[in-house]
Design a protein around this ligand. Structure first.
Ligand code: MG
Length: 378
């Protein structure tokens, strides 16, 4: 096979009037972004995406997907649209192609992987679900007969193909086809069936939006972040640790109040959100944060998580020092962190360890802290 890369063609050139609404279904909002944005995101890890749009939708396509996909104008029929996209794929680069309905935004990475894996042993592969309901024929509101369901499947996408044979099949095909498997079969290609998914629905009717919304609502997002911080000792008579003032023969040196535990926890939250670190949100070069109380940072990170619909499921902070002794203050520290973050105290842990007199913490040159946090978006 030439090349070896996999291309993705997402077909969204139809007007989709059956789904109702003023705009065509692929541009309607689903949980804050167009249906098509969900579909494109599902394939973003695969590589090169060619998005086939109605010529009237090109400006919308640029607005949402500039730099992320190659836009191609669709033709008069579905197969004409797919062929337009196939013709722009360089066979020296791509050896396989996945062709997917733009109106199937809920396709899972596992399903995509099954189709790609099947292409190792077959020139074509497509997902499908065996029909499990009884099938009737009917007329005028009455059942007129029964149809055996054995060997019947409901076809889905992405349908995967080796590029050269599906391009040849499209070039040879005349007429109208429901999908690309039909075109592959017309050319005599062997098509492997892989297991489809009930959630991989094609949004067709108005009620499908509500169903897609429910399915997306059930996909919980769980994130873990970690943070690490160190501050050196300096002259002083107390340290601030996890929001609690602890009497000590030294103080911690730092640009803010040097609360090393709270800094580690704040960075863990930013990390879980992929939102950088404290330095990005509160630049040390900005004098307004000099000597700032660290609870400002932690409250900001927790607020950012809330804004993104995450809640703090738990956090665990470990302080690493020989002295001061943390144990007597640990419960108060956890309660203070919980209060600042606006979560229940039993979700927050503060504990301590020494480094067995080894290293900078062992020599009592400073205190280190590590933190882990789990954020959950239901
Ligand atoms: Mg710090």
């Amino acid at each position: 096979m030439a090349g070896g890369e996999t291309a993705v063609i997402i077909v969204a050139a139809g007007r989709g009037s059956r789904a109702g609404g003023d705009v065509s279904k692929q541009w309607r909002d689903l949980r804050g972004r167009p249906v098509l944005a969900h579909t494109v995101a599902a394939f973003s890890g695969i590589g090169h995406i060619v998005l086939v749009l109605n010529p009237d939708d090109m400006a919308l396509g640029l607005q949402h997907f500039a730099g992320k996909v190659v836009l191609v104008a669709g033709g008069d029929s579905r197969n004409a649209s797919v062929r337009n996209a196939l013709e722009v794929l360089d066979p020296d680069i791509f050896s396989t192609v996945l062709i997917h309905d733009g109106a199937r935004p809920l396709v899972s990475s596992a399903l995509i992987a099954r189709v790609r894996a099947a292409l190792h042993t077959a020139p074509a592969a497509a997902p499908a679900l065996a029909v499990t309901d009884a099938l009737w024929t009917g007329a005028e509101g009455r059942v007129t007969g029964l149809t055996p369901r054995d060997g019947l499947f409901r076809a889905q996408t992405p349908q995967g193909f080796h590029l050269a044979p599906i391009l040849a099949a499209h070039r040879a095909f005349t007429g109208d086809a429901k999908d690309d498997v039909a075109i592959a079969l017309a050319a005599g290609l062997d098509v492997a069936i892989v297991e489809g998914e009930e959630d991989n629905i094609k949004i067709t009717w108005p009620g499908d939006f509500a169903r897609a919304d429910r399915i997306l609502g059930g996909s919980m997002d769980i994130r873990t972040g970690n943070g690490f911080d160190v501050h050196a000792f300096t002259e002083g008579d107390h340290v601030m640790l996890c929001g609690v003032k602890v009497p000590h023969s030294r103080a911690l040196l730092g640009h803010s109040d040097a609360d090393v535990g709270m800094h580690a926890l704040t960075d863990a939250i930013y990390g879980a959100l992929a939102e950088g670190d404290i330095g990005r949100h509160f630049p040390p070069s900005d004098p307004q944060w000099k000597g700032a109380a660290s609870h400002i940072f932690l409250a900001h990170a927790a607020g950012l998580a809330r804004d993104k619909d995450y809640r703090v499921s738990n956090a665990d902070v470990t302080l690493i020092c020989e002295r001061p002794k943390i144990g007597p203050h640990a419960v108060e520290m956890a309660a203070e962190l919980a209060r600042i973050m606006g979560v229940e105290a039993d979700r927050i842990s503060v504990k301590a360890t020494t480094s067995e007199r080894l290293g900078f913490t062992g020599r009592e040159e400073g205190i280190a802290a590590i933190a882990t946090v789990t954020l959950v978006r239901p």
